[in-house]
Design a protein around this ligand. Structure first.
Ligand code: NAD
Ligand code: DAU
Length: 353
């Protein structure tokens, strides 16, 4: 049996592949375009492991997807590949439309043709699992109830609009063609291999380098943080037992304001790698806000718990400690991802703030 995973060299995808092969001998074919966010170093521990087949390619390449489906006959396609950073979507939305919308469309069409040609058990077992985000639901008022699966779609950034579009395509391919799809909408992840353009790893690497810790606006925006290993276990649960055509929200029951997250990270670094120059929080710098910045996300994860018995295993205290420890132990990984293009991004996003 085989899984076809897209985007398995990125942050969540690589955690998923490592986690999957840590618990199962089912082969993973991993299709990834290796954009700035894709990194084969994340998968170095799988070198020489015949259960992992890496394919360098693009999800908009229909001929390639057709060939992979015909050759490997996966029982499921788990679709992580995306442009994923909101700030980059503000600077350049085109790549988000191409990968997140056209790429998902291409995968759906290829999967539909493949699934139609399957028969019997192979056809009834096939699943298209679309990995999506809570950002499609828009922003919550301070006292509004958390997002359920029936919350209206109100995407506010080019990124979330492109993900919302992809969710709608997935829904339509099920409704119209009967393609056996599953969609998961997850909150903010953190953990190992998180590219340091996102809040938590950026704060860790900047603090260690003695650089400013840029907090957008007033820092009181709220996100619902989930350890990446818990996202992986939720996807496994949905793939195994989720009802076809259903949506499952995944979250950590852990709403926190950005400034509190930054202070927690600083406190852990003060404990684990004290800086003789003083507490890391001295580096916190309030900067110009993100345009259209969503104020609050929160996930109501009761459906996945009720139907599939899934709950996060990590608390924020255990997950963030593991994460900071991972970055401290992987200075080589951090140095390798801070390439010229990473430095160009930092100056594009932060120089004028
Ligand atoms: P990421 O940016 O770290 O990784 C994306 C991966 O996709 C990279 O390996 C990249 O090379 C690959 N990729 C990009 N364009 C591609 C293309 N055209 N063809 C093939 N591969 C391509 O992203 P992530 O944070 O790991 O997110 C993975 C998925 O989970 C995304 O769909 C994202 O929307 C969703 N998600 C992310 C979070 C989060 O907090 N990071 C939360 C909820 C949902
Ligand atoms: O909610 C799920 C989403 O979480 C995923 O779909 C996205 O792929 C993922 O990138 C993430 O989006 P956010 O925009 O919430 O994540 P980010 O880490 O970029 O920012 C988290 C919060 O921190 C947000 O309110 C913006 C703020 N921020 C971010 C950066 C990079 C800062 O204050 N300073 C920063 O330098």
């Amino acid at each position: 049996m085989t899984l076809l995973v897209t985007g398995g060299a990125g942050f969540i995808g690589s955690n998923f592949v490592l986690d999957w092969l840590g618990q199962s001998d089912e082969r993973v074919v991993n299709l990834d375009a290796l954009t700035y966010a894709g990194n084969l170093q994340n998968l170095a521990s799988l070198q020489g492991d015949a259960r992992h087949v890496f394919v360098h390619g693009d999800i908009t390449d229909r001929a390639l997807i057709d060939r992979l489906l015909a050759e490997h006959r996966p029982r499921a396609l788990v679709h992580f590949a995306a442009e994923s950073h909101v700030d980059r979507s503000i600077h350049g939305p085109g790549a988000f439309m191409k990968t997140n919308v056209e790429g998902t469309f291409t995968l759906l069409e290829a999967a539909r043709a493949h699934w139609n040609a399957l028969q019997g058990d192979e056809q009834s077992a096939f699943r298209f699992h679309h990995v999506s985000t809570d950002e499609v639901y828009g922003s919550l008022a301070p006292d509004a109830p958390a997002f359920t699966e029936t919350h209206p779609y109100e995407p506010n950034s080019p990124y979330s609009a492109s993900k919302a579009a992809s969710d709608h395509l997935v829904r339509a391919w099920h409704h119209t063609y009967g393609l056996p799809v599953l969609t998961t909408n997850c909150s903010n992840n953190y953990g190992p291999y998180h590219f340091p353009e996102k809040l938590i790893p950026l704060m860790i690497v900047n603090a260690l380098a003695g650089k400013p810790l840029p907090v957008y606006g007033d820092g009181r925006q709220i996100r619902d943080w989930l350890y990446v290993g818990d996202h992986c276990s939720a996807i496994r649960a949905v793939l195994a037992g989720g009802r076809v055509g259903e949506v499952y929200n995944i979250g950590g029951w852990n709403e926190q304001a950005n400034i509190d997250i930054v202070n927690i990270v600083c406190g852990l670094l003060d404990e684990l790698r004290p800086d003789p120059a003083g507490p890391y929080a001295r580096l916190i710098t309030y900067v110009k806000d993100r345009p259209g910045h969503d104020r609050r996300y929160a996930i109501d994860a009761r459906k996945i718990e009720r139907e599939l018995g899934w709950r996060p295993a990590e608390t924020f205290a255990t997950g963030i400690r593991k994460t900071v420890q991972w970055y401290l132990a992987h200075a080589d990984w951090v140095a390798n991802v801070q390439s010229g293009s990473y430095r160009d991004w930092l100056s594009q996003n932060y120089a004028a703030r």
